[in-house]
Design a protein around this ligand. Structure first.
Ligand code: PHE
Length: 352
């Protein structure tokens, strides 16, 4: 009898302690089910000495009735609680844990924008190697032997240990490696491999041996463009670049060409756009001129065509090269290029 009382208390506290309907179901099965504890007790009663049997049987019946009653009550109570959303330990009103989300680097975003605009105009984006030969980076692009851009202060030459002492002076320009100083070598690579008409853009990283400051980095990004076909003129270039600038800066932006010089284009230009910060009135961004220089360009030089194996009598083309970092700085009003490479999340998190 004492043992029965104990078992009853144990089961009751289990029922009271359960805090979900699922848990209660398990308890019900364990104690009141066909193979549960109460059934076991009935079996024990059957084995008890005859004189105790009826009293014990009565007691177990009583306990079972009480427990069944309690389970029913508890089940109803839990149902009400769960309906009110308070049944389990899950509280949907608590603020959740917000996972830390990454975001794209501003330069990746701007590159993506540039590529999309040119792709809509029929240009295909291609890539070239970051480590280039002196041939592709300079010679084939018509740089004269003594051109200042080749000098150590601008170009990062690659240490080539496979060439020993005296050999070093005789390395051919096709073997001599530099970190490309611009994306223009990909013009040559593409013209060598493909027949015009050609329409490509080349986004990529370039390297310069420079002291860094607010407007100079030892590496930055360029986007090269090249279009070659029959009868291409400066007018085609101006139309495409004006369309591009107006799409990128989302406005009615003025564009002008100024004469300039690059060994690989003739004639060559700098392209200016009217200052989007002061609408041409004059401010610090445009040094009070109302114009901002955005890219270098020109008509592909006949020597460059020749070096790539194209007939310069038959084909004409234009090429341009723009600084992705510079465009991003103008568009977002960023005054220090080093911010792009500093890894400061307070800066980078502002672009998403
Ligand atoms: N490669 C030149 C630079 O890095 C830009 C350019 C590209 C100019 C194509 C003309 C044509 O400054």
């Amino acid at each position: 009898m004492e043992k029965l009382e104990k078992v009853k208390k144990e089961i009751l506290s289990c029922i009271e302690g359960s805090d979900s309907i699922d848990e209660l179901r398990v308890i019900k099965k364990d104690y009141l089910g066909k193979k549960g504890k109460i059934s076991e007790l009935f079996k024990l009663v059957a084995k008890a000495p005859e004189e105790e049997r009826s009293e014990l049987g009565k007691k177990v019946n009583e306990i079972r009735d009480i427990l069944e009653e309690r389970v029913k009550k508890k089940e109803n109570a839990l149902k009400i609680l769960e309906e009110e959303g308070k049944g389990s330990s899950f509280d949907p009103t608590l603020p959740g844990e917000v996972p830390v989300l990454g975001n794209r680097h501003p330069l990746s975003r701007v590159s993506g924008d540039l590529i999309r605009i040119f792709e809509k105009m029929g240009f295909s984006a291609i890539e070239g190697p970051d480590m280039e030969s002196v041939w592709y980076n300079f010679d084939a692009l018509n740089f004269p032997e003594e051109h200042p851009a080749r000098e150590m202060q601008d170009t990062l030459f690659v240490k080539q240990s496979s060439f020993s002492g005296s050999e070093k002076h005789n390395i051919s320009s096709k073997e001599r490696k530099v970190m490309r100083t611009h994306t223009s070598p990909v013009q040559i690579r593409h013209m060598e491999e493909n027949e015009p008409p050609l329409r490509i853009i080349v986004p990529g990283r370039v390297y310069r041996n420079e002291t860094t400051d607010a407007t100079h980095e030892i590496n930055f990004y360029q986007l090269e463009g090249l279009m070659v076909d029959e009868g291409i003129s400066v007018a085609n270039f101006k139309a495409i670049i004006t369309d591009f600038i107006n799409q990128f800066f989302k406005g009615d932006v003025g564009v002008r060409l100024r004469p300039s010089f690059f060994p690989f284009t003739e004639p060559s230009f700098e392209v200016d756009m009217s200052c989007t910060v002061c609408s041409g009135k004059g401010c610090s961004v445009c040094s009070n001129t109302g114009w901002v220089e955005v890219l270098g360009a020109g008509m592909v030089h006949p020597n460059v065509m020749k070096n790539s194996g194209l007939d310069s009598e038959k084909w004409q083309g234009f090429a341009f090269g723009m600084g992705v970092d510079r465009l991003a700085m103008i568009k977002y009003g960023i005054d220090d290029v080093r911010l792009f490479y500093g890894g400061d999340l307070r800066f980078l998190k502002q672009f998403y």
